[in-house]
Each structure stands twice: as C-alpha cells, then as structure tokens.
Ligand binder design. Sequence first.
Ligand code: CLF
Ligand code: SF4
Length: 519
Amino acid sequence: MEEAFQPNEFEAANADQLGDLLQKIADHKGCGTSGGSGKASCGTSAGPADMAPEVWEKVKNHPCYSEEAHHHYARMHVAVAPACNIQCNYCNRKYDCANESRPGVVSEKLTPEQAAKKVLAVASTIPQMTVLGIAGPGDPLANPAKTFKTFELISKTAPDIKLCLSTNGLALPDHVDTIASFNVDHVTITINMTDPQVGAEIYPWIFWKNKRVTGVEAAKILTDRQLQGLEMLTERGILCKVNSVMIPGINDQHLVEVNKAVKSRGAFLHNIMPLISAPEHGTVFGLNGQRGPSAQELKALQDSCEGEMNMMRHCRQCRADAVGLLGEDRSAEFTTDKIMEMEVKYDIDARQAYQNKVEEERMAKVEAKNAELQTLAGEASDVCILIAVATKGSGRVNEHFGHAKEFQIYELSTKGAKFVGHRRVDLYCQGGYGDDDSLETVIRAINDCAAVFVAKIGGCPKDSLIAAGIEPVDQYAFEFIEQSAIAYFKDYLGRVNRGEIQHVVRGDADIRQGAFIEV
Ligand code: CLF
Ligand code: SF4
C-alpha cells in the first residue's frame, strides 16, 4: 500500500519531504510491505522455533524483547536514577528520559530500598509482571551506586524477576562486568547516530572525565563508547536492544547506517522510535519546531531495516516509573503511600501458577492463528491492508471503541497478520457522551487502516468511521486478534475478487505528539 502514497490534507505540508525519504528508503531495501528478507523477527512474533533455546528462555516473557509476549506479560520501572551525564536535544531535565520514557515528570523518585519494596508490592498484585527495568529518569549508569544496589536487593528478594537496564551508553564500558555479575540479561543502549557530525545536531554536550565536552568531539566520544559497550555486552552473551529516536531531517536516513553498525556488533533487536516533540515539553527540538515522523515515514524506515535485523515495533516510549502491560499505566496504584499500606505477599509459586495459565492461553492463541493461516494457503494476491485493533491485552479484541487509549496496528496479507505498531489516541467516550474532537484525532491516527476491530461501538462513531473509509468491525468481539484478522482478510479478499468492494490504497496517519502526557 505504501508504494502508491496519496497525501491528504493533514500531511500535505510534509509530503515532499516524505516522498523524498520514502524513495531513499526504498532504494536502500525493499518496500514497506515486503518486510525485508521475510525472516522471523522477534520484534514481530517470533517463537521458540525461530531462535536458540537459551535466547528463547530470555525473551519468552520479556514484553519488550518479544512482541508476542507483550500481549501477556508486564514490566515495571523504578525511578532510582535521577542524574544524567549527557544532554539530548529531545530531553528537558524537568521531564523524564525520552530514551525510555514519555516526556512527563516521574511521580516520585525512589531510594533503592523503596524501589525493592515497590517491586514486591507490584509482583504480588500483578503476577504476570516479569521484568524490572531501570530506565531513568536520568541515566542508570550515571547513578551506578543506586542502580546496582536496587538490582542487588531485587535479585535477593524476587529472584524470578528478570533485570533490565537502559542507558545512553557513555558510561557503559566501565560497568559491563558489574552488569554481568548481577545477571542483568537485557540491556538497551540508545544509539541515535554513528556519525559525529549527525551527533552534534542531537547532543549539545556530554560530561566526560570531569569536564563538559561539546559538538563533534562530544558526539565522537559518545558513539565510540556506545559501540564499545555494545560489543562488550554481546561478547558476554547479554541480549542487547538498541533504541534509536527517528528525527526527520537529522538522522532519519542515517539510521539505516546505525542499523548496520549495531547489527554487525551483535545487537539482538533494533527499536526505531518516533521523536516526540512539542513546544510544551520545553526541549530544544520542541521549541525550535523540529517535527516527529508520520506513521508512514516511521513504518517505511522500520520495514527497510527489518531485512537487516529484528525490529521492535511495539515500544510505548514508557515513563521511568511505568507499571503494567506496555499499553497501560498502573503506576498510580503503587505510590509510596499506597505501598506502605499494602499487605505484600510475595508468593513465587502462585506467580508461577498464574504464568502457567498465561502460557496456556498464549499457546491456544498461536494454535488458533496457525489453523486460520492454513485456510489462506494457496491464496495469491498483492493486496495488503492495515487494520487497527482495540484491545486491553491477552491478544484479544476486547476493548470498546470509546474506551481505547491506543489501537494496535496489524498488517494483513496472504502471509498472515503481522503486528506493525500502535497509535495512542484520546478517549472518545467521555462518560455518557462521545467527544467529536477526539473522534477526529482517532480517525487521523488510524487513517491508514482499512478497518478497526472493536469489542463494541456506538452508532455515531460508526458512521464517521465509514465516512472516512474505515470499516468498523465488531463481529470478532473477545476473539483472538490474529486469528480474527486473518479471517477478516480472507473475507476482504473475497469481496475484492467478487467486485463487491474496491481495494483502496490508504493515505498516511498521525503519530500523536502529545500522546504521552497523562489524560
Ligand atoms: Fe524497561 Fe526498556 Fe527494559 Fe523494557 S521499556 S528498560 S527494555 S523493561 Fe520497552 Fe518501554 Fe519501549 Fe523501553 S516499551 S520504552 S523498549
Ligand atoms: Fe535526557 Fe535520557 Fe538524554 Fe539523559 S540520556 S539527556 S535523561 S533523554
């Protein structure tokens, strides 16, 4: 669908830049619908057959390292690391880390002891919470004592929880042995460039050897340290994910080179995220009008790199104190005050029993998808569409249209259903009435989709969606997403082939810039 891009009014201003970018990406590798080499991608829905058993053990219940797992398992962050050793132009120090967090203040900074208590409280309440990450609000390795003390406490009291770390990489080479000694199996490094000239436009300064270094010199030190740290980690068998912020006009085309550089150094997964940039964030980019990418620009770049390595597409750019499934935020349930009053019963057997049930559901979902996929065998068609899905998790169509805070996006073709992203939106339902302004933003956010799957939907939004060319579909309420999507695609193809409907190439969609501010 991407090859016949048709701009509509809301992206017209960026159409020339977009066309240029898409052409360059297409020249580099494949088209948006080919998915590169077609190899299994952990960022999509790879399973145990697609990777070594020891790698599967590490990723199978990590919601960030396995797209498939993110429907079922939760993570939490503890905000124990306030300081940072670099400055990014997309970060305002009053806000938490844009590498791993939405640009909103963290509610509370914690001591390692408070963090350990919070982990036990969350693990007792959310048995499918399997990963503890430290991702700010500054840089964890600029606060090594607090970061490693937290890991030490948690590894003793909650040994079944995976430990995860996200860093800008400047201090990484100094801490690789300590990271390995705490059995931290997952490390994310934010790498936005390997060319210091590009880096100088993203990083005004770094703090290095007790002094501030600026410009190209700073970016050169940073990239050398990031790549050195990545190599050291992968040599030790630690799974590394690289996060890159896509900044149109600055590093968008360069990220293809970054992708190659990190792949050659053993990175397991590459997560290209959209720049979130708005004046109210008070960042350099926000204030100077630097725009973020459109949905189509982001997807084209991700597709282009997928032939090179596993791509993550389900990142929610979550905050440094996030709790819950990736698409939800339950941090308000676990404030320090509330934790003090909670009765914490950390029962590792009960957690395991619950997770066994989750695995049963997960297996049923995979079997249902595979059975449905069989019915597409032998179908030949170039038709490819996107759909939006309202879901609360568990891989089912189980959210009402009006209650959805995000829609998950799947790409459907004769190859099956593939998760390719998500779109954050304002709530349409405002308790008894629908908000027309919100409806407009929802439609813009899923404008590239042929259909929207929901558990339920009212008459008014239904009519508006149909008028916008998006088919509302509620016949799969509470069913598995992928199985339903494949069944829908088969039906869609049949209707196209019989001439009942015309397959229309859809336009671009918005990534909402203010989406990560609490609503
Ligand atoms: Fe946290 Fe990051 Fe670990 Fe995940 S988040 S430290 S790897 S447990 Fe995940 Fe959040 Fe995206 Fe990060 S969705 S911002 S990738
Ligand atoms: Fe902000 Fe994170 Fe960059 Fe530090 S590394 S400046 S906290 S975005």
